[in-house]
Design a protein around this ligand. Structure first.
Ligand SMILES: Cc1cc2nc3c(=O)[nH]c(=O)nc-3n(C[C@H](O)[C@H](O)[C@H](O)COP(=O)(O)OP(=O)(O)OC[C@H]3O[C@@H](n4cnc5c(N)ncnc54)[C@H](O)[C@@H]3O)c2cc1C
Length: 411
């Protein structure tokens, strides 16, 4: 008797979802694959959006896949379609276009959407931007070309990317953040100061420990921003990086377990058989730190996609990796390797700051659990990054100050 082809549905065509679709097709030439997204584009590189924002690369260079790539692999890419519900008992995915797509295995790779600015005066005012999608980037660029002043708001990666983009495009830029320094979940005050100094070199005015109280618009566009401490900051446009909310709303009528993210085991499967999660939206088990967490990095999402795709097709591969986040930071680089969580009480941290190139300082911080390296953060020179990844993979014991010093100065 002929067996029916397997049906796979994937929610989200980011790097996690698209990698999983590719892996499924490689594992099973006959299966049906639906790859769903509310966005209008095939996979593009979110990591490249800051360079597109700065005008360093074109939109074409941001695109990774085209529609033909999906057709050639018989992957049904369904764009501009929002998933509104999932029925895990009947194994059906429901969309806003009224489709009911049956599945044998489902992957949720829906990432997160940016939190908007919610203060008096913001609602209904144009030119207040989030920065997550290609469409966000295009509209920000349009406005940058007609603006003179800009405000970047937030202490996150996204806020500094916005700040960098504004400054490189020669807008008079203010960077306002609520915390005492940038990236307070990973850095310390000294690391924050290294970053401030780099931003200031590019003419950015940096303000800490203050927040937007209200936006004071004129003719429907931003004019001034008022802060809680009474500052008035002029801004023709505002870019906000206030974190993301993971996209799990369509699971509200299911019993899929959600904590910070969608909880998965080491095979990236949820508590509901046949339902997997991958990428930013997944709260996964990380053997290097011995518990679950979420991680918003490209490498992690891609590796998740590969493992989830294989396991949906019947494999049983555990996810073990040391994800790395590297990004330009004004005229230097930043690399985050493994788990760099300053507020994790199980971790111990040591840091070193020393003069680097182009008048900037190099800064390196190590994160240890039970004297073993689990993460590292580097600002400035990325030299020694690969060795650090190996040390984390090998769960290297760094018990003495001499051993730690050797790693802090590793080239
Ligand atoms: C500006 C920017 C710069 C970054 N820079 C770096 C960097 O330098 N290094 C790094 O490692 N990481 C970086 N990141 C993070 C990295 O891009 C993400 O970790 C990664 O793209 C996550 O991939 P994903 O596939 O899990 O989710 P996503 O890329 O978020 O894809 C999820 C897709 O699912 C869609 N979706 C959500 N809900 C639904 C629904 N209900 N129905 C249909 N579709 C839905 C979303 O719209 C989206 O298209 C950056 C992110 C941004 C925004």
């Amino acid at each position: 008797m002929a067996t029916r082809e397997k049906r796979y549905v994937i929610i989200g065509n980011g790097i996690a979802g698209t990698t999983a679709a590719d892996t499924l097709r490689k594992n099973d030439p006959n299966c049906s694959i639906h790859l769903l997204t509310n966005e209008p584009y095939p996979l593009y590189n979110r990591v490249s959006l800051p360079r597109f924002l700065q005008g360093v690369i074109t939109e074409q260079k941001v695109m990774i896949r085209d529609f033909a790539w999906h057709e050639q692999r018989n992957i049904k890419l369904v764009t501009e379609t929002l998933v509104t519900g999932v029925n895990t008992e009947e194994r059906v995915v429901i969309t806003d276009t009224g489709e009911h797509l049956p599945y044998d295995a489902l992957l949720i790779a829906s990432g997160g959407w940016a939190n908007p600015l919610r203060v008096p005066g913001a609602e209904g005012t144009k030119h207040i931007y989030n920065f997550v999608t290609l469409d966000d980037t295009k509209t920000i660029i349009e406005r940058m070309l007609e603006s003179r002043t800009a405000l970047a708001y937030g202490g996150s990666f996204i806020a500094y990317e916005l700040c960098d983009g504004f400054a490189v495009r020669k807008l008079h830029t203010t960077w306002l953040m609520r915390g005492p320094y940038w990236l307070r979940n990973a850095l310390d005050e000294e690391g924050g100061e290294v970053v401030d100094n780099i931003a200031k070199k590019f003419g950015v005015e940096v303000i800490h420990n203050d927040e937007i109280e209200s936006v004071l618009p004129k003719d429907g566009v931003p004019h001034y921003v008022k802060t809680k401490k009474g500052r008035e900051i002029q801004a023709d446009m505002i870019g906000v990086g206030l974190g993301i909310t993971l996209n799990t709303q369509f699971l509200k009528d299911t019993s899929v377990e959600i904590r910070q993210g969608i909880v998965v085991n080491e095979y990236l499967e949820t508590n509901i058989p046949g339902v997997f999660a991958a990428g930013d939206v997944a709260e996964f088990y990380d053997p290097t730190i011995g518990h679950h967490h979420t991680m918003g990095t490209w490498d992690n999402a891609m590796a998740h996609g590969r493992i989830a795709g294989a396991n949906m097709a019947g494999d049983r591969k555990p996810y073990i990796d040391v994800p790395t986040y590297t990004s330009p930071l004004f005229d230097v680089n930043i690399a985050v390797i493994g788990t760099a969580e300053a507020n994790n009480p199980e971790l111990e941290m040591v840091a070193r700051r020393e003069p680097g190139e182009k008048g900037n300082d190099n800064y390196r911080r190590l994160y240890l659990r039970d004297n073993r390296l689990v993460g590292a953060l580097m600002i400035g020179s990325p030299k020694g990054r690969k060795k650090l990844v190996d040390l984390i993979k090998n769960q290297q014991l760094l018990a003495t100050s001499a051993e730690r010093e050797a790693v802090l100065t590793l080239k």
